[in-house]
Design a protein around this ligand. Structure first.
Ligand code: C5P
Length: 222
């Protein structure tokens, strides 16, 4: 079977995390959530009481952290210096603060080096983020951009965050997604596919349809 590298980028709410996990499980590959790494550094910087805009201090912290990353798609997880932070990194507080860390170029250099080392390990992998197809693994065997129109993304995130997509949840989520996208776009262009990257618009597809389309693309491309 396929034992290569699948690189997947996309904005929040594109459904990429659950899709990538499912694809990795079906193909027996490892799974890497690079967003969790940016979230983990954000968590550590807040935990240590750092000023998130003090770029040299945050970069020094990042370089000194031991990130324990599970690449098992059935049990993904991340620990910072031995502390399991899988729950804490998903809070709104971290989502609101992560852009300050993702725009820190020295943190990016540190995390990108770690990501490349993980990807290069044995066993094939599905790696997802914002800059995997372009910067981290531009020579991946399969490169995909998952997109979805804004309404679809907001509805998915609202269900994730609030367990519902009612009017109130949609409104709260809309503000959050728009702000994060705008900030993230200043570092990496993850809304437009680079040369050779296949775009998959998931707006009108069910989860199962997205997974099977990705598997089909892997079959054709690899
Ligand atoms: O994917 P997720 O929403 O968990 O990513 C959290 C944040 O990490 C993003 O909003 C972005 O700022 C940053 N990120 C990044 N590059 C990546 C993955 C995530 O800048 N490859």
């Amino acid at each position: 079977g396929f034992r290569g590298v699948i690189a997947v980028d996309g904005p929040s709410g594109s459904g990429k995390s659950s899709v990538c996990r499912a694809v990795a499980r079906r193909l027996g590959l490892r799974y890497l959530d690079t967003g969790a790494m940016y979230r983990a550094v954000t968590w550590a910087a807040i935990d240590r009481g750092l000023d998130l805009d003090d770029q040299p201090a945050v970069a020094a912290l990042s370089r000194g952290l031991t990130l324990g990353i599970s690449t098992d798609p059935a049990a993904p997880g991340i620990a910072v210096d031995g502390v399991d932070v899988d729950g804490p990194i998903r809070t709104p507080k971290i989502s609101e603060s992560v852009s300050a860390i993702a725009t820190n170029l020295d943190v990016r250099a540190d995390l990108i080096a770690r990501q490349r080392a993980i990807i290069a390990d044995d066993g094939g992998i599905v790696a997802e983020g914002r800059d995997i197809t372009t910067v981290v693994a531009p020579d991946a065997d399969v490169r995909l951009l998952l997109t979805a129109d804004e309404n679809a993304r907001i509805a998915r995130r609202a269900r994730e965050l609030h367990g519902t997509a009612d009017q109130e949840a949609l409104k709260a989520t809309h503000a959050q997604i728009a702000t994060r996208d705008a900030r993230d776009s200043t570092v990496v262009d993850f809304l437009v596919a680079a040369d050779g990257v296949v775009t998959l618009d998931t707006s009108a597809l069910t989860f199962e349809q997205v997974v099977s389309t990705v598997l089909q693309i892997v079959d054709e491309q690899a």
